[in-house]
Design a binder for this molecule. Sequence first.
Ligand SMILES: *[C@@H]1O[C@H](CO)[C@@H](O)[C@H](O)[C@H]1NC(C)=O
Ligand SMILES: *[C@@H]1O[C@H](CO)[C@@H](O)[C@H](O)[C@H]1NC(C)=O
Ligand SMILES: *[C@@H]1O[C@H](CO)[C@@H](O)[C@H](O)[C@H]1NC(C)=O
Ligand SMILES: *[C@@H]1O[C@H](CO)[C@@H](O)[C@H](O)[C@H]1NC(C)=O
Ligand SMILES: *[C@@H]1O[C@H](CO)[C@@H](O)[C@H](O)[C@H]1NC(C)=O
Ligand SMILES: *[C@@H]1O[C@H](CO)[C@@H](O)[C@H](O)[C@H]1NC(C)=O
Ligand SMILES: *[C@@H]1O[C@H](CO)[C@@H](O)[C@H](O)[C@H]1NC(C)=O
Ligand SMILES: *[C@@H]1O[C@H](CO)[C@@H](O)[C@H](O)[C@H]1NC(C)=O
Length: 534
Amino acid sequence: MSVSVSRKKSRTTKRVKPNDFGSFHSFLAKFIIFLLVFIYIWSSTSTIFSGNMVHVCVSSRKLNNQYCLSAGTRPDFPIPIPHINDTSTFVAEEREHGVNVKDTIDFAGNFDNKSLNNTSEVAFREVEKLIQTQRSWVVPKHSNHTTTCEGKGIYVYDLPSKFNKDLLSQCNEMIPWHNFCKYLSNGAMGELIQKLGSRWYNTHQYSLEVIFHSRILKHPCRVYNQNEAKLFYVPYYGGLDILRWHFKDNVSNDVKDSLGLDLIRWLESQSPWYKNLGKDHVFVLGKISWDFRRYDKSSWGTRLLELDEMYNPIKLLIERQPWHVNDIGIPHPTYFHPQTDADIVTWQLKIMKSNRKSLVSFAGAARPDSSESIRSLLIEQCSSGGKFLNCSTGQCHEPDTVIELFLESEFCLQPPGDSPTRKSVFDSLISGCIPVFFDPFTAYYQYPWHLPEDREKYSVFIDKEEVRNKSTNVVERLMKISAKERENMRRYIVYELLPGLVYGDLNSKFEKFQDAFSLTINNLLERVNRLNEL
Ligand SMILES: *[C@@H]1O[C@H](CO)[C@@H](O)[C@H](O)[C@H]1NC(C)=O
Ligand SMILES: *[C@@H]1O[C@H](CO)[C@@H](O)[C@H](O)[C@H]1NC(C)=O
Ligand SMILES: *[C@@H]1O[C@H](CO)[C@@H](O)[C@H](O)[C@H]1NC(C)=O
Ligand SMILES: *[C@@H]1O[C@H](CO)[C@@H](O)[C@H](O)[C@H]1NC(C)=O
Ligand SMILES: *[C@@H]1O[C@H](CO)[C@@H](O)[C@H](O)[C@H]1NC(C)=O
Ligand SMILES: *[C@@H]1O[C@H](CO)[C@@H](O)[C@H](O)[C@H]1NC(C)=O
Ligand SMILES: *[C@@H]1O[C@H](CO)[C@@H](O)[C@H](O)[C@H]1NC(C)=O
Ligand SMILES: *[C@@H]1O[C@H](CO)[C@@H](O)[C@H](O)[C@H]1NC(C)=O
């Protein structure tokens, strides 16, 4: 199996990949199952089975019309992606999330459809298995082989500027309703937030690829000779590449895909790309995986991660495609970028001492047009016994307002939005507010390197179905959790997790802690060291 399969844009239908699925047929069978489950997760659907073919019709809040997808012959993974036409939807989104433009797929589906019980079980088991595989690459916490660069060289490609720097210079045109450029200041950490202190910046959730690039250039294990390298870092700003097309109607799919295809052609001129079939190459893409997995009939995003050549490399993303073992979720960037151990310790002490006046809080907006959304129910329950920050009014624009709310709350509700993950999850964790999840895809199946397997140590799970059928009142349920239990969870979050959830600033130097960046790099190195085992 070669990574340089085809340079043509039209691809053969038969793609056999060196993956976990065994034979092509069993892969195909699983694919169909997954397709169904996905479609159920992400939208309201109707399904028609006819022989070997599956037709799934999708309608969602952001789709102007119903799409019918067919599968059965192609092992491509199609997902329903909205045609973007109504920018007002996105203005509303943008308001809701403050600086955080959540913009893809409606996550309002019903996973627990009883007629699909078995199918979802199979899919759940598979995702559990893959996340375990990813956890097996975690370097043991107190292992000493993290202290030397012996055999751990990192080579950073010097890409032509069109793949990264030139994209930065288009920042003023990326999002029609506001200027993205301010988020790129301070090494893409954004502008300083005076109110919160000297290590706080207004960081955009899509900035991670730029932040990572700056950090990796300064990594002590960086090497300049490809022969000394174990890991190859490809500093392509794929998220920004997509972002510049997202909100323009008149751009063809060919145009959207072209830079990614150029990049693959460029990599094909590099000998390391072939040595391990791309498996020792890593990309950091600062958007969600679905944005790079466009379905043929859609116009949303690119097809970059659907290309054969992109299967083997490791992709680090703020939201992974749960059934792809080489998609690895890493924390959304928060507003806090410490520089020293002392910065972290100071913050830990502050949040442990914080006076948490509210039991529950929720910062978000209702989804009145989505019948599946549990948000309205949560808002209703929250307003009696909790605190609701209405993001529809623009209150969430200011990071300090959100952080202050989380500092004053014991629990923070984290229902899925347009896609399962939320930046808010990380903002709440670093504020010592215990997250309450309603869907396992929001965190448990996303971040194997940064969040532990034992979910009860740091979060509460309430099945969204129980909220929907009103068999559980969230506030009442949380009231039953004792002060002692809360305290234990909070200590765990603050002392064990927090340092590994924040990205240090460009000059950061930690001795006692590993931040989200170093955890990621250490595990990546472990992973490529064990390539032979795969
Ligand atoms: C946007 O959608 C409306 C109807 O929903 C349609 O009339 C209009 O032509 C669409 N515009 C574009 C540019 O696709
Ligand atoms: C489950 O899916 C079937 C179609 O497969 C549909 O008819 C039914 O309404 C769905 N049930 C729920 C509760 O969504
Ligand atoms: C349910 O899943 C198992 C595999 O876990 C499979 O063997 C069985 O045939 C499935 N049953 C149905 C009715 O699909
Ligand atoms: C779902 O479960 C019911 C009983 O628990 C069973 O009769 C039915 O065949 C199952 N459906 C599938 C698709 O496995
Ligand atoms: C750390 O390294 C030293 C010397 O290289 C070795 O003796 C010791 O056992 C190692 N400790 C662990 C926990 O691996
Ligand atoms: C696309 O539309 C924008 C304005 O929305 C315009 O500036 C640009 O020239 C158009 N591009 C093409 C290729 O038509
Ligand atoms: C949130 O704000 C919007 C816009 O002002 C308003 O329409 C909505 O009713 C508010 N929601 C609640 C629950 O207060
Ligand atoms: C509500 O949903 C939960 C989870 O699916 C289920 O266990 C419970 O029986 C349902 N309760 C009612 C009253 O329907």
